[in-house]
Design a protein around this ligand. Structure first.
Ligand code: PMP
Length: 338
């Protein structure tokens, strides 16, 4: 018999898929590391299980304990799966910006979810960071994961995502492109790949409304860069400790609209039903296409699955209300069907 002892053993070893249509205008081949094949439908399963295992080894998480985290959903899903198998309770704090689907999915796998306001400073007592920290102090035998500063996050990608991409490309990768939030994916994967070949270029994709790009370029924490934006899972209003900015060669910002439109194209033209940040990542590569040549080989990480965005990016009404979808285009499509 060939089987897994439990669902956690299915994490990782995701496929690398060539993009055939959406990357046609680029001078070189682009391959997507399709991370929704993980059991929680996102790349975050990898770091979630790693953070739990390290906490167990360090005695920070004990049998019957409670895992607490501030999460936009994907990390929560990974943590919740680990908690189910290993017998922990889970409490997550998230923001009212996140899609309702993400919150419902976390509840479906047994987690308690507390929704907090988005538009407050990180150190405001109402912020999802502050609420998670307070609960971790109040609840006995609890462990506050803190994916932002917990370096087991980037270590998971150094140990798994980097080696997988190196082997899947036979070491031919020239560019790694990652939409970035906590910095775990880009720092861990990029560090491994640069140790294999220092010439590999590592490009980070950021949101307008995030201070990461400016920080990379100037070393300044410029709060005037920070304002609310719509893209989910990427960009930050502070610099998490998982970053090693020296691994990253370039930061590129992508608009909310361009990311959403590209996510829809990837789903329709490649049959890969991706989440929002996958669209941002590919839109970023298109913006940078003049820096690529025919002999290059790009790997882009597709972080999560489109099912979490059916009420948003994949909803025409939602797209039109934000000016992301041309009303005329939609009318033409509807008329053509009649
Ligand atoms: N895309 C999505 C959908 C995510 O949930 C995340 C995690 N916040 C990222 C991209 C960024 O990954 P990382 O936190 O490893 O930088």
């Amino acid at each position: 018999m060939k089987y897994c002892e439990n669902i956690l053993q299915t994490i990782g070893n995701t496929p690398l898929v060539k993009l055939n249509r959406v990357a046609a205008a680029l001078p070189c081949p682009v391959f997507a590391k399709v991370e929704f094949f993980n059991p929680g439908n996102s790349i975050k399963d990898r770091m979630a299980i790693k953070m739990v295992e390290v906490a167990e080894q360090q005695g920070l998480l004990k049998p019957g304990g409670t895992i607490i985290e501030g999460t936009s959903g994907n990390t929560g899903m990974g943590l919740a799966l680990a908690a189910v198998i290993k017998g922990y309770k889970c409490i997550f704090t998230t923001t009212d910006k996140q899609s309702k689907e993400k919150v419902d999915i976390l509840k479906a796998v047994g987690a308690e979810v507390i929704v907090c306001p988005t538009n407050v400073e990180p150190d405001d007592p109402k912020s999802y960071y502050s609420v998670a920290r307070r609960l971790a102090k109040e609840i006995p035998n609890s462990f506050y994961v803190n994916q932002y500063d917990n370096l087991a996050n980037r270590d998971a990608h150094y140990e798994q995502t980097g080696p997988e991409i190196w082997e899947q490309t036979d070491g031919k990768i020239t560019h790694l492109v990652v939409a970035t939030g906590t910095g775990g994916t880009i720092t861990g994967t990029g560090k491994y790949l640069k140790e294999k070949n220092p010439a590999i270029q590592v490009w980070a994709i950021d949101s307008y409304g995030s201070l990461l790009k400016k920080f990379h370029e100037t070393g300044e924490l410029d709060m005037s860069e920070v304002y609310p934006y719509i893209t989910e899972g990427i960009g930050e209003d502070f610099v998490p400790q998982n970053y090693d900015m020296s691994i990253i060669d370039h930061f590129e910002k992508v608009t909310d609209k361009d990311g959403a439109v590209m996510a829809r194209r990837i789903s329709k033209e490649e049959g890969i039903f991706v989440g929002y940040s996958a669209g941002s990542a590919l839109a970023g590569i298109v913006q940078l296409k003049d820096q690529l040549k025919p002999t290059d080989l790009v790997v882009v990480v597709f972080h999560d699955h489109g099912s979490r965005y059916v009420g948003k990016v994949y909803n025409d009404q939602w797209m039109m209300e934000r000016g992301f979808l041309d009303v005329k285009t939609v009318k033409d499509v509807v008329n053509a069907r009649r």
